[in-house]
Ligand binder design. Structure first.
Ligand code: NAD
Ligand code: TYD
Length: 361
């Protein structure tokens, strides 16, 4: 049975990945989820799987060398899937240091501990051990708004925000381990994800939440910036396929083939809410395009991101499967059915969930 060490599994993509992996492999794998439970980590995301015998949660900080090496000493880890990071560009502009600490130092600790646990005296590695570093397309910088230039694995890094600079640094560290120590790793650089369990500081859940509450829908700048949106389950599948079928040492870009301007996204959310909310729901009256409010632009705001996922398609056979029109409906329906989740994360009640859950253990 393969044992996975997943970092940041209580966050948005990590929790969706853990759900995906148990749906796919059920009892054939074991997952240890290590998460520091920052504001973005929420154990409620995992409450339907937390009682599984093949799942363990450990509250630890990835920058804590002792805690991480102990996990490697006590468990024979076969796969590391490294999600844990500070992930929000706006926060990185206000407070860059925590991004450097978690994203760069944390990745260095994860690499060192995995290497120490897996390396044999002759410099080779125990059979079948693999590390996957989850990164972003934002490391490549910004594309012109021409609809025909794309990010490839060979595109030079040109990060602009403290977030993307810290992720670029962490990618470089992983590359250095591959080159210097032949460390068995892959890197994935992925476009903007959307789906259930995303913290409502990011565009899509923020707009859904504000629209339902009749609050202003803030559009940065002219609203014409472009992101390439990928449904989170498609990302989870891509990560698993890269780890199992990818060539070790390689980077794979994972993209949605789905470029949209921010203002288009906001309009689609409003129209979808108006379509699916029943007339009897009092929130329906709140949902209106009149809520759209243009605000000051983000500093250093990247204009356009777009991935050409040719390499992962050709080598591994992965392609995005979820059409945006279906994915956004599923996502909105999920938030409507989980308003308690939204209220808990916005009120900070989920911090109590952890204390209630683990206070007796
Ligand atoms: P998230 O902010 O929702 O979750 C991050 C998780 O990491 C949280 O559970 C948090 O508690 C945990 N964490 C933070 N600091 C930690 C620390 N020091 N030690 C242990 N755990 C810590 O982020 P996300 O959107 O799920 O992103 C996950 C990964 O995917 C990140 O590495 C991010 O850079 C990358 N990524 C995200 C997107 C996206 O659209 N969200 C796109 C491409 C790549
Ligand atoms: P975000 O979800 O923060 O992801 P990223 O910055 O990693 O791409 O933002 C997506 C886009 O939406 C980005 O161009 C910034 C813009 N945006 C707004 O216009 N208003 C908002 O309130 C937020 C959070 C983002």
């Amino acid at each position: 049975m393969r044992t996975y060490l997943v970092t940041g599994g209580a966050g948005f993509i990590g929790s969706n990945y853990i759900h995906y992996m148990f749906r796919k492999y059920d009892n054939e794998i074991r997952i240890i989820n290590v998460d520091a439970l920052t504001y973005a980590g929420n154990l409620e995301n995992l409450k339907d799987i937390e009682d599984r015998d093949n799942y363990t949660f450990i509250k630890a900080d990835i920058t804590d060398k002792d805690a991480i090496s102990k996990i490697f000493e006590e468990n024979d880890i076969d796969r590391v899937v490294h999600f844990a990071a500070e992930s929000h560009v706006d926060r990185s502009i206000r407070n860059p240091e925590v991004f450097v600490h978690t994203n760069v130092m944390g990745t260095a600790v994860m690499l060192n501990c995995a290497k120490a646990a897996w390396e044999l005296p002759d410099g080779s590695y125990k059979e079948g051990k693999k590390f996957l570093h989850v990164s972003t397309d934002e490391v490549y910088g910004s594309l012109p708004d021409d609809g025909k230039s794309f990010f490839y694995e060979t595109t030079p890094y040109q990060p602009h925000s403290p977030y993307s600079a810290s992720k670029a640094s962490s990618d470089m560290l992983v590359k250095s381990y591959i080159d210097t120590y032949h460390f068995p790793a892959n890197i994935t650089n992925t476009s903007n994800n959307y789906g259930p369990y995303q913290f409502p500081e990011k565009l899509i859940p923020l707009i859904i939440n504000n629209a339902l509450n009749g609050k202003a829908l803030p559009v940065y700048g002219d609203g014409m910036n472009i992101r390439d949106w990928l449904y989170v389950d498609d990302h989870a599948k891509g990560i698993d396929m890269v780890q199992e079928q990818g060539r070790l040492g390689q980077t794979y870009n994972i993209g949605g083939h789905n470029e949209k301007r921010n203002i288009e996204i906001i309009n689609i959310i409003i129209e979808t809410l108006q379509e699916i909310l029943p007339d009897s729901d009092p929130r329906k009256a709140n949902v209106s395009k009149d809520l759209i409010t243009y605000v000051e632009d983000r500093k250093g705001h990247d204009r356009r991101y777009a991935i050409a996922p040719d390499k992962i398609k050709e080598e591994i056979g992965w392609e995005p499967e979820t059409m945006f029109k279906d994915g956004i409906k599923k996502t909105i329906a999920w938030y409507l059915e989980h308003m308690d989740w939204m209220e808990n994360v916005t009120s900070g009640d989920y911090q109590k969930y952890y204390e209630d859950m683990y206070s007796g253990k």
